[in-house]
Every structure is written in C-alpha cells, then in structure tokens.
Design a protein around this ligand. Structure first.
Ligand code: SF4
Ligand code: ZN
Ligand code: ZN
Length: 305
C-alpha cells in the first residue's frame, strides 16, 4: 500500500481519518499534533525550565525526544529529564540505563531520585507488606512526591509526562463510572498554578498508544518494554478493554471521550478557586497536617521492622 501523500510505501493506516502514511509523513503528522497540544497546554519562554518525567518506557521516551526537539539551546528553554528509581530489581535498572544513555548522547540534563531516600524503602521491600493496598498505590504516591520535589528543585515551570490518549480516555471513563467527580476535576493538564505543586502537562494526550509505539520505532528512539513484577492495576485493565472495544467498533471513540471531558472540565473544575495551601514538614503541599507519602512511609517502616 502506498502513502496517500507520496510514492513511498505506507507504514500505517490511520483508521479514524482513513489515511495511509509512509514513515516520513507519519512522523510529520505525529509531530504536528504533539506541537499543537504543547502550545495549547503551556507557555514557555527563553530562560524557562521544563521537567520531563521519564521511566524509559515508550511514551516517556517519545515525550523526552519531542520536548528536546521543541525546546533547546536555540530557543533558550532548558529541558531536564527526571527519573525515579523505585527499587525494583531486574526491572528499573535496565530502563534507567536506557534513559541515562539517551540523555548523554543527546546532551540532555539528567536527574535521578530514588525511593531509598525515603528511609531506605524500595518497592521490593514494600510489595511483600503492602497488604490490602496494591503495591502501585504506594509506588504512585512516593513517585509523585519525589518527582514534584525534584521538578521544584530544578526550577521547572512545568512537568511533562508521557500519558497518551488511551491512558487519558481510560482515566476519564474510570472516574466517571466510579462517580469520582473530584478526581475527574483534578485530571491534568493543570491550568492554575498551586504553590509547591509543579503543574503537569501531557504532550501525547491526543496520541493513541499504538501511534506512540510506531513513532518510537520509526524514529529509532530506544525504550524499555519490560513489565513491572508488581503490575496489578486490574481495574484499569478492565477499562482498557472496554475503551479498546468501543474504539474498534467506532474509530475515534477515544478521541471523543477526551474531547467531551475537555468541554465538561470547566464545569467540574475547582481549579480557579483559591485554596488554603498547607505544607508537610517534608516540604510537599498537602491537605492535612502531613502529606500522604510521609504517612505511608511511617506505616510501612513499622511493618517492615
Ligand atoms: Fe510502580 Fe505499580 Fe508501576 Fe510497578 S506497575 S512501577 S509498582 S506503579
Ligand atoms: Zn509519504
Ligand atoms: Zn511529607
């Protein structure tokens, strides 16, 4: 099959708009949409710093690649790659090797934080005592804390993450079905700056997961595709199946879910309301006296001892 725009062979068929594209035109189409999304979500100027949260998986590596393409010495915007080592033997070290090497080769500043800074915890020590909570609950809370802390330290104005269209559509559906309107309202991108919390944005928010994988492959971007041994988000997997089967029957459904959410968000959002911001003794913003990460840290240390 030929590309619709030139004489080269097509590498993909974009079902939702019916076009066949070669590698060159697919990359062009992909990059155009990412740039559009970035322009919509953030305003960055000369002298600003943007953090990129990178695990080494395809989506975060593609995000890092795109951020480095868009922001660099030419426009005076500093890109900082931030990775977190959760302490998962055999899984995280090889993925961080890929990230480090990519940053070295492309002249990107690399920063790494590690769960072990939190009283020596690692996911390998947390998982056996995680009890009713899934290990991912702790992992997510600790990762967000370290990521936010590092982004704040490097002076990042925003933090980019690799969430793609599939991730966002699943989150919207999941919170909608559970009736969790508060969480629904808090889904990024964040439009208002809250003290101590670096606003996140999602350059791949309108990019289907399949296209992110294809882009990494045709662009020669290295990534790690191992599976975490503690992966247990069963509920999200159910929503993945539901959203995928809707997309199969009606191409474009994922996009419609996210666009509908965007139209509804101003009605849900408490983004604009002033809030009483409190800070935990560790420096993180929180709702109560202490942040969730500090509470979990204490609970886990008691269990591990
Ligand atoms: Fe952490 Fe869960 Fe992701 Fe593993 S699957 S890295 S435990 S959040
Ligand atoms: Zn072409
Ligand atoms: Zn704290």
């Amino acid at each position: 099959m030929k590309c619709d725009l030139c004489a080269d062979s097509a590498v993909t068929f974009v079902r939702y708009n019916g076009s066949h594209l070669c590698s060159f035109h697919f990359r062009e189409y992909f990059e155009r949409r990412v740039k559009k999304e970035v322009r919509k979500e953030v305003s960055l100027y000369k002298g600003d710093t943007v953090g990129v949260a990178v695990s080494g998986g395809k989506d975060s590596m593609v995000t890092l690649h795109m951020m480095h393409q868009l922001f660099n010495e030419k426009n005076g915007i500093r890109v900082v790659c931030i990775s977190i080592d959760e302490g998962i033997e055999g899984y995280r070290p090889p993925s961080l090797d890929i990230v480090r090497k990519y940053c070295e080769e492309n002249g990107i500043e690399y920063h790494q934080r590690s769960f072990s800074e939190l009283s020596g915890l690692t996911m390998d020590s947390i998982a056996p005592v995680s009890g009713e909570n899934s290990p991912c609950t702790y992992c997510g809370v600790f990762r967000r804390k370290l990521m936010n802390d590092e982004a704040r330290k490097v002076g990042a104005k925003y933090l980019a993450t690799g969430h793609n269209l599939d991730d966002v559509a699943q989150s919207v559906m999941m919170n909608f079905v559970r009736g969790d309107v508060d969480r629904l309202a808090r889904l990024g991108p964040h439009t208002k700056i809250r003290p101590g919390l670096i606003p996140r944005f999602y350059p791949l928010r309108m990019i289907p997961e399949k296209e992110s994988l294809l882009y990494a492959m045709v662009s020669g971007i290295p990534f790690w595709d191992g599976e975490c041994p503690y992966w247990s988000e069963a509920l999200r997997n159910e929503y993945r199946d539901v959203v995928d089967s809707l997309e199969d029957r009606s191409p474009g459904t994922k996009y419609s879910i996210v666009s509908s959410y965007d139209k509804l968000k101003p009605l849900l959002s408490k983004d604009g309301e002033p809030r009483d911001v409190k800070f935990c003794e560790c420096g993180e913003p929180c709702n109560g006296k202490r942040c969730k990460a500090c509470e979990y840290e204490d609970q886990l240390l008691k269990k591990i001892e």
